[in-house]
Design a protein around this ligand. Structure first.
Ligand code: HEM
Length: 209
C-alpha cells in the first residue's frame, strides 16, 4: 500500500477515475429518466424551444463522455485486476481463476456487471447520442421524428433498468465475492425493481415543493 507500490497506486487511481466517470454518466442518465422526461411532458412548445437547445447539448456532452471514460477505465481495471499478476505478467490472475481452473465467483460478478455496462455503453454511443444529435441539429424529417424519439427513449429506459443490476455487478466482486443463481437473480430483481419504482414515481416526485 505504500507510495512505492506502483501497481496498487495505479489500481486505486483507475478505480477513482472509473467511479467518478460512472457517477457523471449514471447521474445524467437518471437526470434524463427521472427529471427530464416528466419535465418535457409539462413544457409547451415555446418553452421547449427556449430551454432544450441550451440544456440538452450540455447534459449530453457529460453523459456520453462520462460513458466513454467509465467504459475505457473499466476495461483497464479488468485487465490489471483479472488478467495481470504483478511479477508474473499478463494472463488470468488468481482473482479470475479458482485453483481448480474454474472461473471465480468474483470474476462471474464482474463479467455480469461488465456485460450490462457494455450494453449500456453501446446504447449511449450507438443509439441515444446519434438520435439526439440528429434531432438537435434538426436533421430528422418531421414524419420520422416520433420514431427517432421513441428509439432514443427506449434505449435510455433500457439503460436505466440495466443500471440497477449492473451496479451490483460492480460492487459485489470486491465486497461480496461468492455468487450463485439465487444471489445473481436477487441482484437483478432488486436492481430492476428499484429503477422501476423511481421511474414510476418520477412524474410526481418533486413536482411541487
Ligand atoms: C461500462 C462498462 C464497465 C466496465 C467494463 C466496468 C468494469 C469494472 C471493473 C473491472 C471493476 C473492478 C471490479 C473488482 O474490484 O474486482 C469495476 C468496479 C466498479 N465499477 Fe465498473 N465497469 C463498467 C461500468 C460501470 C458504471 C457505469 C459504473 C457506475 C458508477 C461503475 C461503477 C463501479 C464501481 C462503484 C466499482 C467498484 C469500485 C470498488 O469497489 O473499488 N462501473 N468496474
Amino acid at each position: 500500500m505504500a507510495l512505492t507500490d506502483l501497481y496498487t497506486n495505479i489500481q486505486l487511481l483507475m478505480r477513482w477515475l472509473h467511479v467518478i466517470a460512472g457517477i457523471t454518466w449514471i447521474g445524467h442518465l437518471y437526470f434524463f429518466n427521472f427529471v427530464n422526461v416528466p419535465l418535457q411532458g409539462v413544457l409547451d412548445d415555446a418553452a421547449k424551444k427556449a430551454v432544450n437547445p441550451k440544456l440538452l447539448p450540455r447534459a449530453l456532452w457529460w453523459f456520453r463522455w462520462g460513458a466513454m471514460i467509465t467504459f475505457l477505465s473499466g476495461l483497464v481495471l479488468f485487465t490489471i485486476i483479472y488478467m495481470y499478476t504483478p511479477g508474473a505478467g499478463f494472463g488470468p490472475s488468481n482473482l479470475f481463476s479458482n485453483p481448480d481452473g474454474g472461473i471465480s465467483g468474483r470474476a462471474l460478478w464482474i463479467l455480469m456487471g461488465m456485460l450490462l455496462g457494455t450494453i449500456m455503453w453501446f446504447n449511449v454511443w450507438g443509439i441515444i447520442w446519434p438520435a439526439q444529435k440528429k434531432m438537435l441539429q434538426g436533421k430528422v424529417p418531421a414524419d420520422q421524428l416520433p420514431a427517432v424519439r421513441k428509439r432514443a427513449l427506449l434505449a435510455s429506459r433500457t439503460n436505466a433498468f440495466l443500471s440497477g443490476p449492473m451496479l451490483f455487478g460492480m460492487l459485489a466482486p470486491s465486497h461480496y465475492g461468492a455468487i450463485n443463481p439465487v444471489t445473481a437473480l436477487a441482484a437483478i430483481v432488486l436492481g430492476v425493481i428499484a429503477i422501476g419504482w423511481a421511474i414510476g414515481t418520477s412524474s410526481k416526485a418533486g413536482a411541487s415543493v
